[in-house]
Design a protein around this ligand. Structure first.
Ligand code: ATP
Ligand code: BTN
Length: 324
């Protein structure tokens, strides 16, 4: 009913539609129409009412709304199937359940909050209400080695989208964090599902500290949020739509084999590039200059005129930009 009213309200963009017309179209009373309008208003839809003309949708909400997402998305596959929840333990875990049941390529899972959000190496990921906690299921036409590069593609798509929408100098901290002025603002967790020799399915988990107050996250974390940095709430639907469109372009470009292009784009966003950084692996600290990433996505560190390669695994990168 909710979606049907929204569809009617937008059937003639910018124009009013009478309560009578809605009531006849949907076979409900005028009072029921009024009640549904109130419910929509409570969800953040700005609906104007004029006694003579009826109702008009003036503005959609900033918070995530399945109807707004579906209406705005212009992708071919990403987000064509959306699973939307108020709360989940983890969208990545739910993605695994869906994959077992059979799910469309590009399906997206979104939760308003997660109770057991995870980062790499099973680290806890704080996911209170106001953030974007999502997983994208992909069945790409890629070898396993190239499919693993999709976490880099995701970083590029998200960094580009955030820079374009908010003008913030967002950087990618290898391998999977988005940082702003050295503080983590988003994280990416890529997981491969499937056996060798079968069609690989990938889960791209993306967590964005969007409309959170800084105080919603533990004060000990070197983290920030878009709300904190911009001093205002952002439109979560616009962000998800623009990001999925950018990601689809990146996936297509990787499927066309443009690995050098991906690497070049990734490097334009890389935090600490050409600077002295520290890489910690199994308790051992390597100090050197961050030279870039290899074609397979490993980090290249120059230490005493020697190039060392690190694959993401349990490796921690520390840049001098305050990220600890
Ligand atoms: P690396 O520097 O190698 O990425 P990391 O310590 O940042 O390592 P990740 O697995 O990338 O580890 O991310 C998980 C960590 O991120 C958690 O251990 C916690 O410190 C931090 N964290 C948890 N929730 C959030 C959040 N919403 N925003 C920013 N940081 C968070
Ligand atoms: C990291 O920086 O370690 C990655 C964090 C990834 C968090 C996202 S939130 C949506 C998805 N579900 C999870 O449990 N984790 C990812």
């Amino acid at each position: 009913m909710r979606n049907e009213i929204l569809n009617l309200l937008t059937s003639r963009p910018g124009k009013y539609i009478s309560g009578e017309a809605i009531s006849q179209n949907l076979g409900i009373t005028r009072a029921a129409v009024w009640k549904q309008i109130q419910v929509l208003r409570e969800s953040g839809y700005d609906i104007e009412a004029q006694t003579k003309n009826g109702y008009r949708l003036a503005k959609t909400p900033l918070s995530l709304e399945e109807w707004v997402l579906k209406r705005g998305l212009e992708t071919k596959t990403l987000g064509r199937e959306i699973h939307f929840f108020e709360e989940l333990p983890s969208t990545n875990d739910y993605a695994k359940t869906l994959i077992r049941q059979g799910v469309q390529d590009g399906a997206v899972i979104l939760a308003q909050r997660q109770t057991e959000g995870r980062g790499r190496m099973q680290r806890a990921w704080e996911s209170p209400e106001g953030g974007i906690w999502m997983s994208i299921i992909l069945k790409p036409h890629l070898s396993l080695a190239d499919a693993a590069k999709l976490t880099l593609s995701t970083g590029v798509a998200l960094a580009r989208t955030c820079r374009k929408l908010y003008g913030l100098d967002i950087q990618i901290k290898w391998p999977n964090d988005l940082v702003y002025r050295g503080k983590k603002i988003a994280g990416i967790l890529g997981e491969v599902v499937g056996e060798w020799n079968t069609v690989q399915t990938l889960i791209l988990g993306v967590g964005i500290n969007a409309n959170l107050e800084r105080a919603d996250l533990p004060s000990t974390l070197p983290a920030t949020t878009f709300k904190e940095e911009l001093g205002q709430l952002i439109n979560l639907n616009d962000l998800v739509i623009a990001f999925l469109e950018a990601l689809e372009t990146e996936v297509e470009s990787l499927e066309e084999g443009d690995i050098d292009g991906l690497r070049a784009r990734w490097l334009t966003y890389a935090a600490g590039l050409g600077k002295e950084v520290q890489v910690e692996r199994a308790g051992h600290v390597f100090k050197g200059i961050l030279k870039g990433i290899s074609t397979s996505g490993e980090l290249i560190l120059e230490e005493n005129h020697q190039e060392l390669l690190f694959s993401s695994g349990d490796v921690k990168l520390r840049t001098s930009e305050g990220y600890i």
